[in-house]
Design a protein. Structure first.
Length: 392
């Protein structure tokens, strides 16, 4: 037992169960420095990837900072074959011998992580980025097959994951009721993080059309990009949507149908290392997301860091994330968004006021502040585990 304690204290090792294969994040241009290793806290980071062959580690090294990165591609594991693959995953994690296991989902990835945590007595740090009960309601209306799967996980998967977690963080206050329904662990709000200096001090892109309204987000029903597209019909400006997803063709067809090709364009992806230039080139940032599921998505934080006026839907009561005096809250329809676009574009003083408020608010989400807290959480989990081992 003493040998294990010494080994764990001399080298810090993290094991991660990401929500998607890392190659998916790479293709979307979403590889962010130290995302999996705040403050370079760990010496090694091991990712368990549910795919036959994931990306080469060297292409995404910056996601773990200075740590050694190892990706373990274990093949597709789903609700049907999870049990037959579980022992192999547990043995793999046992061999890695991490100080902490981290998951970002209470679904299959979280279930595997929780089982490893329980079996190997390793602390589990669970981070949640969406409201799963609201996702279920949405799926019931739009995708009944997906809804049935989520009803299964609600009963047999999610409660186990949430109850197994030693620490739970959430990126929105709106997720808290979901956590408390399944667990006695009170979640800590740890918002998404952004490098404020990088976004504020960026150069703009001279070739982009002006005045530019920017929207960044996956092209899915939750993001409601149709509202933004329709809102441009009476606006003297250009809407640039950066994102890809299941609605790409449908949204492009809508643009053509409304004869808005000169006012609206969609760019599938931008490397994360260049995304700040697009924010810096815009006059307004807008996102018409479903406020039952999200309240302050990552692109909203990035836009504030760049000093952009923000237009987003009215939040669910009690879940404004302190944006009442920062953002313009809009009804989630094209007329309201259009009116707000016109109001801001026509008033330079208002643009300046909103820009200052955005910059001030963005400091709460600065990468140094959020990373410091993440590293503290990891340290607390390791110290607590080492204390328990010594007492045993």
């Amino acid at each position: 037992m003493n040998t294990i304690i010494y080994c764990r204290m001399s080298k810090r090792i993290l094991c991660i169960f990401p929500n998607d294969p890392l190659i998916a994040y790479y293709k979307k241009g979403e590889i962010k420095k130290r995302y999996f290793n705040p403050k370079n806290f760990f010496d090694e980071v091991h990712c368990i990837s549910l795919i036959e062959k994931d990306i080469d580690e060297g292409k995404i090294q910056k996601i773990v900072g200075t740590a050694k990165l190892k990706i373990h591609s274990v093949g597709k594991i789903n609700l049907k074959n999870k049990k037959e693959n579980l022992s192999g995953i547990i043995n793999l994690v046992k061999e890695i011998n991490p100080n902490v296991i981290r998951a970002y989902s209470p679904l299959i990835e979280g279930w595997l992580a929780a089982n490893c945590s329980q079996k190997l007595k390793i602390p589990l740090f669970l981070s949640l980025h969406t409201q799963y009960d609201a996702n279920r309601k949405l799926a019931k209306k739009k995708d009944f097959k997906k809804y049935l799967k989520l009803k299964y996980t609600e009963k047999f998967i999610e409660p186990f994951v949430l109850k197994s977690a030693n620490k739970i963080t959430i990126v929105y206050k709106i997720i808290e009721p979901y956590v408390l329904k399944h667990s006695t662990t009170i979640p800590e709000i740890l918002h998404n993080k952004v490098d404020c200096d990088r976004f504020f001090n960026s150069e703009s892109i001279d070739t982009l059309p002006q005045p530019l309204i920017l929207s960044v987000g996956n092209l899915t029903p939750v993001k409601n990009h149709k509202i933004l597209i329709k809102s441009m019909q009476k606006i003297d400006g250009h809407l640039l949507i950066i994102g890809n997803g299941e609605l790409y063709d449908e949204l492009n067809n809508l643009i053509k149908h409304l004869d808005l090709q000169n006012k609206v364009s969609i760019k599938k992806s931008v490397l994360y290392e260049n995304i700040q230039k697009y924010y810096k080139s815009a006059k307004i940032f807008a996102l018409a997301f479903n406020s039952e599921i999200e309240s302050i998505p990552m692109p909203v934080i990035e836009a504030m860091a760049a000093g952009l006026p923000i237009i987003i839907p009215h939040p669910k009561k009690g879940n404004s994330e302190g944006l009442e005096d920062v953002a313009i809250f809009s009804k989630n329809d094209n007329i309201s968004f259009g009116n707000n676009f016109k109001m801001i574009l026509d008033d330079k003083n208002l643009q300046e006021q909103l820009s200052k408020k955005s910059l001030q608010k963005s400091k709460e989400f600065d990468i140094l502040r959020i990373e410091a807290r993440e590293a503290e959480i990891y340290n607390e989990l390791i110290k607590h585990m080492n204390s328990r081992e010594r007492n045993n």
